[in-house]
Ligand binder design. Structure first.
Ligand SMILES: Nc1ncnc2c1ncn2[C@@H]1O[C@H](COP(=O)(O)OP(=O)(O)OP(=O)(O)O)[C@@H](O)[C@H]1O
Ligand SMILES: [Zn+2]
Length: 905
C-alpha cells in the first residue's frame, strides 16, 4: 500500500452487477492491483461485491478504473459504522483493519441519508455513470438491462431491497430517458424513418425478456428459412438481427475482456458466434447467442436466490417497533430510528425488532431464528431479548441495548457475508484450474482449426466449426460458479441452525474433525453448580466466612456457596449470632428457596439434594457475567442485588483471586483462603483425613473447596454441577461421526473422570490451568501433523465459552465458542460460533460440512464430465455448437440448483 499519502486508509464495498465470473475478477484484479494507494481487494462473486482497501482520496480513481473495464460500479451504502475493533485471532482475514471505515451492505434500513455522506463519492459516481450512459445509447441501455433484471428479482424477494435497487433502476432509466421507454411513449413524434427505426428497436428491446424473446423468434425464423431453403440472404438477415438484438452486451463485454488480455465467456462466445456467421452457419450462430443469453439470465436468477437467502435472515427483524415517546405515549416508529435506552413494547405474537433487556412483563420467546433451537425460552425482567426472535403469548416492555444495525442479528448477517468473501479451499482450487483450463482449450481450438486442414488435408470448414464448438466448451463458468453457490448456501443453512461459521474454510474442514477438546464448566455442564455437602471441622461461622469471601468472586463454585448461604439464612436454618462490628456487605435472600436445616455442630457432614429451584431463582444473577470479559474475574463488586432482608456478610480486606485455585482475603484481621485441593496442598495444610474426604466426594463428581485460616482447615464445601442432557446426546453423535472427545478442566481429576463417565466422553484431563489447556490443544494439533503428511487430514477442534478459553480456542484448527448470542467477543473470536449452548450443534456442523463437500464433489465432477463428453463428441464430429451451449447452460443450472439444495437443510 502506498504510504506517501496522509490519507486515512478505508474500505469501500462496491457492487458490480456484471461481476460473477472469476475472469471478471481477474480483469479487475489486474487493473486495480497496479494502482498506487490501493490495497487488498476482496471479491465476493456471489454477492457481486468488491471490497477495496484504498486511501481515502483514491475512490474516484478506483471507480473510474472499474468503469474503464466496462463495469458499472455502485457504491454500497454503509450499513453501520464499525467501532474500531482490536484485530481478532484467526479467521478474520482481511477484516481487521482497525480504523477502516467499513461500508456495509446498503440494504440495511438504518442506513439513513446522513450516513450516506460516509460513502464519499456516492453522488459523484452516479453522475459519472450517467454521463457515460448518454454518450452511447447502447451502452446506456444495456446498463438498464442489468438494473432492470436484478431490480425485478430483488423486488420479488424483499421490500427493503426493492428500495435500494429501485434507486439503481431510476438512476439508469433516467439515463435512458432520452430514448422512449415502454410506457413513456406519448411524446409527439415526427415520422422520420431513422426515428421510426429507433422507436422499433426501443420497443423490441424495452425489457431484457422482450429483447430475448424477439431475438429467439428471429433465430427460429432464420432456422425455418434455412430448412425450407429460402434465399440465403433472408436467413442471414434474420440471424444477424437475432444476434444484434440479444448479443450486443455480450459483444461489448467480450471486447473489453479481449482488450484487457483476459478471456471470459463473453469473449469466447463472441468469437464463436462471429466465426459461425463468417462460415455461413447463420441459424446456428444466432441460436447459440440466444441460448447463451438465456442461460446468463437464468443463472443470474438462480444466483439471486443464494444471495437472498442471507437477506432473508435480515428480514427476520421487523422494520418498525412500538417505542415509548418522551411524553410517555407509545408509537410505532422505524426500528432504525430507535435509540439505545428507549423502552419498546412487544405484543403477543409479535417479532422483536431490536436487542434489549426486559424491563417489565413476562413471556416466552421463540429464539429459533437465531439459535436454531425451537424450544421457547422464558423471559422476565432482566433477561436479554434479541432482534428477530418471536414473542409468544405474553407481552413485555424492554429497554433497547443496541441500535438496529448493531444487533446480534445484524452481526450474524455481517459475519455470514464476511465469510462469503473468504474463498474456501475448493474454490481456490477451482479458480486455479479455470485459469489454466480456458487457455488450454483455446490453444486446442486453434490447433483443431489449423492443423488438420493444413497438414492432413482436412476440410477447412468442418475443422473450423469444430474449433468454434470447442470455444463454447472452453468456458469454465458452470464449474466455477458451482463452488461459491454451494458454500454460500451451506453457510446460510448453518446460520439458520444457529451455527455461525466464519468462513468457507471451516465449513470445508469440519468434516475432517477427528478430535474435539471440550471445556467442562458451562460447556458440558450447566455451569450453575449448587452446594450439596458441607463438612465443618471447626465450629465457627464457617459458611458465613466462606460466603463472605465467595461473594467477591463470580466463579461458579463461589457463587454456589453464596447462594446456599442466602437460602439457608432465609429458611432460618442456620442463624449464627450477629457479631457487632463485622457486618459490612450484605446479601439478599431469595424467598423462593427452601434450605434443609442443619446445625453446624462438630464434624458433621450434611447432605442435601440439589434443588433446581435454586437455579431458576437466580438464573439471572451475576454468575459468569460474560460481558465482564473474564469469567472468573474476582474483585467485582458484591454481586448481590439489593433486596428486602439483608443478611450481613463480613467485610473482606486484601481480597485476591488465585487463578485455578480459589480466593483469599482478610476478615477481621485474620487471613483466610477458600480454594481447591491444589491450594491447600501447596500451603502444606493437607492431611490424610482431608484427602480421604475429598476423594470420596470427588468420586461422586463433586467439586470441593476448602476453607482454611493460616493455622487450620476449617470446613469443606462440595458443589455439584449438572450435566446438560444435550451434552450426552452430542457426545454420542460425535462418536458416531468418528470424532474423539477430550474434556479439559481446571477441576480435579476425579471429578473430571466422574463427569466424563456420566456424559460418555472418551478422555478427561483435570487440574489444568488455562495455559495447560492451551498446551493440551497444541499437543493434539501437533499429534495430528504427521497424519497430514501421510495424506490424511485430521483436524482438532476445541469448544469453550469463548471467554477464558480464548488461547486454546485460537490454537485449535477449529475453535467453537458457545452461547455466542449474548457475547460479542465469542461472535468475533471463534471460527464457529454456536448461538446457544447446545453441544449438538457441533455434530450438526460436521454433518453440514460433509454434505457441503459431497455437493461440491458432485458439482465439480458433473461440470467437468459434461465438458469432457462434449469435447469428445465434438472432436469425433458429433457435437454441434448449439448442443455445446445447451450443455453448458444445463450444466450451470444443474450445479447451481444442486448447490442451492444446501439451503434446504
Ligand atoms: N473463585 C473461586 N472460588 C472458588 N473456587 C475456585 C475459585 N477459583 C478457582 N477455584 C477452584 O479451582 C478449581 C479450578 O478453577 P478453574 O477456574 O481453573 O477451573 P473451572 O473454570 O472451574 O473449570 P473448567 O476448566 O471446567 O471451566 C475450581 O474447580 C475450584 O475448585
Ligand atoms: Zn493433598
Amino acid at each position: 500500500m502506498d504510504a506517501t499519502a496522509r490519507d486515512v486508509p478505508m474500505k469501500t464495498r462496491i457492487h458490480i452487477e456484471q461481476m460473477d465470473c472469476p475472469t471478471e475478477e481477474g480483469m479487475i484484479r489486474r487493473k486495480l492491483g497496479r494502482m498506487s494507494g490501493v490495497g487488498a481487494l476482496q471479491f465476493n462473486l456471489v454477492q457481486r461485491i468488491l471490497t477495496v482497501e484504498h486511501d481515502e482520496h483514491r475512490l474516484p480513481e478506483v471507480l473510474a478504473a472499474i468503469r474503464s473495464l466496462g463495469f458499472e460500479p455502485q457504491l454500497e451504502l454503509p450499513r453501520r459504522r464499525r467501532h474500531a475493533q482490536p484485530a481478532t485471532a484467526g479467521g478474520g482475514g482481511g477484516h481487521d483493519h482497525a480504523h477502516g471505515e467499513e461500508h456495509g451492505h446498503g440494504h440495511w434500513p438504518a442506513a439513513a441519508a446522513g450516513d450516506r455522506q460516509g460513502a464519499g463519492d456516492h453522488g459523484h459516481s452516479h453522475s459519472q455513470a450517467q454521463a457515460q450512459g448518454h454518450g452511447s445509447g447502447h451502452e446506456c441501455c444495456s446498463g438498464h438491462e442489468h438494473a432492470g433484471s436484478s431490480g425485478h428479482a430483488h423486488r420479488n424477494a424483499s421490500g427493503q431491497d426493492a428500495h435500494t435497487h429501485a434507486d439503481m433502476g431510476t438512476a439508469t432509466s433516467s439515463c435512458c430517458g432520452s430514448t422512449p421507454e415502454a410506457g413513456g411513449e406519448d411524446t409527439a413524434t415526427p415520422l422520420h424513418l431513422p426515428f421510426l427505426a429507433a422507436r422499433l428497436y426501443a420497443f423490441l428491446t424495452a425489457t431484457p425478456l422482450r429483447r430475448l424473446g424477439n431475438a429467439a423468434i428471429l433465430a427460429i425464423l432464420s432456422e425455418a428459412c434455412h430448412w425450407f431453403a429460402y434465399p440465403e440472404w433472408l436467413t442471414a438477415m434474420l440471424a444477424v438481427g437475432a444476434v444484434l438484438l440479444c448479443g450486443l452486451s455480450t459483444y461489448r463485454k467480450g471486447w473489453i475482456s479481449i482488450r484487457t488480455g483476459t478471456l471470459n465467456i463473453n469473449a469466447l462466445m463472441s468469437i464463436a458466434v462471429t466465426g459461425g456467421l463468417l462460415i455461413g452457419q447463420w441459424p446456428e450462430a444466432s441460436m447459440v447467442m440466444v441460448l447463451f443469453t438465456l442461460s446468463e439470465m437464468i443463472e443470474a436468477r438462480s444466483l439471486d436466490r443464494a444471495r437472498h437467502a442471507i437477506e432473508g435472515l435480515m428480514r427476520l427483524a421487523p422494520d418498525t417497533a412500538t417505542a415509548q415517546q418522551s411524553d410517555g405515549s407509545w408509537q410505532s416508529v422505524p426500528a432504525g430510528e430507535v435509540a439505545v435506552g428507549t423502552l419498546v413494547r412487544v405484543r403477543p405474537g409479535e417479532r422483536i425488532a431490536l436487542d434489549g433487556q426486559v424491563e417489565q412483563g413476562a413471556s416466552t420467546v421463540d429464539q429459533a431464528p437465531i439459535t436454531g433451537e425451537s424450544l421457547p425460552v422464558e423471559k422476565a425482567a432482566g433477561d436479554p431479548v434479541f432482534a428477530g426472535t418471536i414473542n409468544q403469548s405474553g407481552s413485555f416492555d424492554f429497554r433497547v441495548t443496541a441500535e438496529a444495525g448493531d444487533s446480534t442479528l445484524a452481526r450474524i448477517i455481517e459475519a455470514v457475508e464476511a465469510a462469503q468473501g473468504q474463498k474456501a479451499p475448493t474454490q481456490r482450487f477451482v479458480d486455479r484450474f479455470a485459469a489454466v483450463y480456458t487457455p488450454i482449450v483455446l490453444v486446442l481450438a486453434i490447433g483443431v482449426a489449423l492443423v488438420p486442414p493444413s497438414f492432413f488435408n482436412g476440410d477447412w470448414f468442418g475443422w473450423i466449426y469444430k474449433a468454434l464448438t470447442l470455444l463454447v466448451i472452453a468456458c469454465p463458468c458452470a464449474l466455477v460458479i458451482s463452488t461459491p453457490v454451494t458454500v454460500v448456501s451451506g453457510l446460510t443453512a448453518a446460520a439458520r441452525q444457529g451455527i455461525l461459521v466464519k468462513g468457507g474454510v471451516h465449513l470445508e474442514e469440519g468434516r475432517h474433525l477427528k478430535w474435539l477438546a471440550l471445556d467442562k464448566t458451562g460447556t458440558i455442564t450447566h455451569g450453575k453448580p449448587v452446594l450439596t455437602e458441607m463438612a465443618v471441622f471447626l465450629n465457627t461461622q464457617v459458611h458465613r466466612l466462606a460466603a463472605s469471601l465467595a461473594a467477591r468472586s463470580d466463579h461458579p463454585v463461589s457463587q454456589a456457596i453464596v447462594e446456599a448461604f442466602r437460602a439457608g439464612r432465609q429458611a432460618g436454618a442456620w442463624d449464627p449470632p450477629a457479631e457487632a462490628g463485622l457486618s459490612g456487605q450484605s446479601v439478599s435472600s431469595s424467598p423462593s428457596v427452601a434450605f434443609s436445616p442443619f446445625a453446624p455442630s462438630g464434624q458433621k457432614m450434611m447432605n442435601r439434594s440439589a434443588q433446581p429451584a435454586a437455579h431458576a431463582a437466580h438464573a439471572t444473577g451475576p454468575a459468569r457475567s460474560a460481558a465482564a470479559g473474564q469469567k472468573h474475574g474476582a474483585a467485582s463488586a458484591s454481586p448481590a442485588a439489593p433486596s428486602a432482608s439483608p443478611v450481613p456478610l463480613f467485610s473482606v480486606d486484601a481480597f485476591e483471586a488465585l487463578a485455578g485455585r480459589g480466593v483469599q482475603g482478610r476478615i477481621d484481621g485474620v487471613h483466610y483462603v477458600l480454594g481447591n485441593h491444589r491450594l491447600i496442598h501447596e500451603r502444606g495444610q493437607c492431611s490424610h483425613e482431608l484427602e480421604a474426604r475429598l476423594l470420596e466426594l470427588e468420586r461422586q463428581g463433586r467439586t470441593v473447596v476448602v476453607l482454611a485460616s493460616e493455622q487450620v482447615v476449617m470446613a469443606l464445601f462440595a458443589v455439584a454441577d449438572t450435566v446438560k442432557e444435550s451434552s450426552r446426546a452430542a457426545m454420542a453423535e460425535l462418536h458416531q461421526l468418528g470424532v474423539r472427545t477430550l474434556m479439559l478442566t481446571g477441576d480435579n481429576q476425579h471429578t473430571a473422570d466422574a463427569i466424563a463417565r456420566e456424559v460418555g466422553i472418551d478422555e478427561a484431563q483435570g487440574n489444568l490451568l488455562p495455559e495447560d489447556k492451551l498446551a493440551v490443544v497444541d499437543g493434539l494439533v501437533r499429534r495430528a501433523q504427521p497424519v497430514h503428511e501421510a495424506g490424511e487430514v485430521s483436524r482438532v477442534g476445541m469448544v469453550g465459552d469463548g471467554i477464558n478459553d480464548t488461547p486454546a480456542l485460537a490454537r485449535a484448527d477449529i475453535g467453537f465458542a458457545m452461547g455466542a448470542m449474548g457475547t460479542d467477543s465469542a461472535l468475533e473470536t471463534a471460527d464457529v460460533a454456536l448461538m446457544d449452548d447446545d453441544l449438538r450443534k457441533i455434530p450438526a456442523f460436521v454433518r453440514l460440512s460433509q454434505a457441503t463437500h459431497r455437493i461440491l464433489v458432485q458439482n465439480i465432477a458433473f461440470a467437468l464430465g459434461v465438458k469432457a463428453v462434449f469435447m469428445a463428441l465434438t472432436l469425433a464430429g458429433y457435437g454441434t455448437m448449439w448442443m455445446a451451449v445447451f450443455a453448458d447452460v444445463g450444466a450451470s443450472l444443474l450445479v447451481v440448483a444442486n448447490g442451492l439444495r444446501m439451503l434446504r437443510r
